[in-house]
Design a protein around this ligand. Structure first.
Ligand code: PGA
Length: 240
């Protein structure tokens, strides 16, 4: 794993942007695997600014997102489909038809997972952006998820519900279940870019980089990926 330690969040975001820009410039119809959460916001701001100021085009770019809350869709402020629109897609020239995410309101969960897995088979990610949970999760793959798992519906861990409750009006509003790509779908990406910022991620980052590869720390599987870059700030790297 290639580990890049930066001073703080801004430098982490700029470094991540350089990696992303290289992928988009080399292949203007690349498949970008994208993540939600607080961590990639600085990266998305830089992508938007670069589009505005330098004209980098996303017209032919396709995207696949990691996860979505069950029961939420574009009509909910907290849905991830909405997040992607608000934080990135509205600022760049991407064709909405080329953006993909699980349908949180699908009637048949098993069918929706199968649909997403088939889509991911056809659209292997040229790069997959990831954050990391304080418990070592990637996407919504919580500790104990078998590494061979593909897209599935998960019961969120209490720690994840607590971490994410800051984004909801009331803790009880956080959905308890979500669709997520599985570790297997993530590992299929040609390149992984995982980002971490802040001292609350330090333990998870230690496990990611130096720990045993174990399903108890889902991110540790990335040690087996042939092209994985971690960009993290000093606080997140403090236990390395
Ligand atoms: P965060 O979430 O970027 O909001 O910290 C990361 C994650 O839970 O994967």
């Amino acid at each position: 794993m290639n580990v890049i330690i930066t001073k703080g969040y801004d430098e982490m975001s700029s470094t991540a942007f350089e990696v992303m820009k290289e992928v988009v410039t080399r292949n203007p119809s690349a498949v970008l695997g994208l993540a939600t959460g607080t961590t990639p916001l600085g990266l998305y701001e830089r992508m938007a600014r670069d589009h505005r100021e330098n004209g980098t085009s996303y017209r032919e770019i396709r995207t696949v997102n990691l996860d979505e809350y069950e029961g939420l869709d574009i009509t909910s402020d907290q849905s991830y489909v909405r997040f992607m629109h608000e934080k990135l897609f509205r600022y760049i020239d991407i064709d909405p038809k080329n953006t993909n995410i699980e349908n949180g309101k699908a009637r048949d969960a098993a069918r929706e997972c199968a649909r997403y897995n088939a889509l991911l088979e056809d659209m292997r990610q040229d790069i997959q952006v990831l954050g990391i949970g304080s418990n070592g999760h990637i996407a919504f793959n919580e500790p104990g998820t078998p590494f061979e798992t593909e897209t599935h519906v998960v019961d969120l861990a209490e720690s994840t519900i607590r971490d994410n409750s800051r984004l909801f009006a009331r803790p009880e509003d956080v959905p308890r279940r979500a669709y997520t790509m599985g570790p297997k779908n993530i590992m299929n990406a040609k390149k992984i870019l995982i980002l971490a910022s802040g001292a609350n991620k330090a333990k998870a980052v230690l496990g990611l980089v130096e720990g045993e590869v174990t399903e108890q720390l889902p991110a540790s599987i990335l040690q087996r990926h042939p092209d994985c870059t971690l960009v993290c700030d000093e606080a997140a790297a403090s236990l390395l």
